[in-house]
Design a protein. Sequence first.
Length: 576
Amino acid sequence: MAIKWAPLLWILLAICLSGGAHAGALTVAPDLQPTSLTSHLRLLEDTSGQLAFEQLQTPEYRAQLQPWTRSSANFGFSRSAYWAAFSLRNPGDRPLPLVIRQDYLLIDHLDFWAQDDGGRWQKLSTGDRLPFDSRGLALRDFVFPVTLPAQSERTYYLRYATQGSLNIGLSVSSETAFLPRLSLEQLLLGIYYGGFLVLVIYNLFLFLAVRDKAYVYYMGYALSYGFYFSIHNGISFQFLWPGNPWLANESLVILLGLSTIFGTQFAREVCAGPQLAPRTDWVARTLMYSMVPLTLAAPFFEYRPMILIFAGITLALCVVLLALGTISLLRGSISARYFMVAWVALLSSVIVYLLKAFGLLPHNDLTHNAFQVGALVEMVLLSLALGARVSEIQKRGYTDELSRLYNRRHFDEQLPREFNFAARSGTPLSLLVLDLDHFKSINDRYGHRRGDQAIHAVGQLIQRKVRKPVLACRYGGEEFAILLPRTSGEQAAVLAERLVLRVAELELDGMSLTTSIGVASFEGGNFGAAVQLFEAADAALYRAKQEGRNRVVVCCPIAKTESSVESVGESEAISP
């Protein structure tokens, strides 16, 4: 007798367990705003992936649907299929149209079951491995419209199976609340991708102007990243290839590889990796080259192992490029400053997203969109880094590498400008022309390397003694020119005296060094052109050489005379 009752007792026990495992139904209303269903879910992990919906309806398996008590339902990369069930209650007197939404789109296969008016189960199969028209509504998200009858409670089921990260992000809202939110999201997406497009077009014009290959890498990086996120958001699948699920899935990995390759090459270029950090640059280059065959082979291998490999290399590159940017920054690269800020912003968002993808952080609006927001912020900052790079290139074109002062090209461009400004504003403009004494004999006696050291030492001395708006240049050979806006002849002579003294005091391993300086000033319209000012200072320098070197000679064009001022080792008063 007991044996006959055993199956019935087992069924009753299963029903009781099923009822105990039943998460509370969500009560809905006509004005229901988008509401997360996570706390109302009951989940079952199907490790075999073979469980059918009809089996799930039996007491044995319904009892295994357990209430989900965590704040999010993301399971990282899992080979299991997951079943989700939730119940909705309509206490009103009218049927209520609702929209059930799954906000994470990279799900290979997603099946949805709901009952029709006759109580029969209706199945909708969709997912990004099926054509786009398999969706309940032609939207980038997985959206399931249902109508909940008046004064009723119904349960809905979904089955998730995917090779990528599995995130269950379900919400429900009324139709009237869903449409305004959808319009806002479309507007924000338009602004987001418009920002990418503006950056690409802007930098395309800059590339056509400066012809710097760093702009090519930047545009490749921005385009591949932008397309990557358009796939991630479902935009590409909806508008570009709705009938090609294979391309929709494989292009995601390909574009991730391309963005990594272009991004690494851009970082190496903008941080001057081969010049400033050759060892770290070698590691970055090796990792980048490893991405090339992986990107080409990605369409022919299973998605899960490829995305895991890509994620590992991407994390390694993030660390290496962070080190590369740090070294370049410490070694004086201005563009590396912007790069470091941009890279830290992106790296932070990547870490957040990967932790979410592996199930270590909850799936929510912040973790789901952090990567995208971080990428756009990075693109803006990297565009600024490109601008800083162009400025550095221009500066190098105007800089003498040996003395670290501006070169003659820059002096020849600035002298007429400063002269014209002084003439218009009525302010004085002074010019110092310096020449190292007996420099040929220094080269002959000590060698050209020691001669270069002397020029470098004098250049550093001048840099320490002058500040903006003073313009110091190496005019050529051992000759220097210092342009002093808004400086009178008397003030310029004082500076020249100090420079003569400081050059003589330089310690150069037993090598003595002196300089002669010619000074000329534009005051009261005494010169008609910039070239006359330079010729006057150069003539004063020539006179200082004739009078014994190691001295300052000031040209006095107002009186149309010249006088010398001896300064080194003498107590005679200095006067023009």
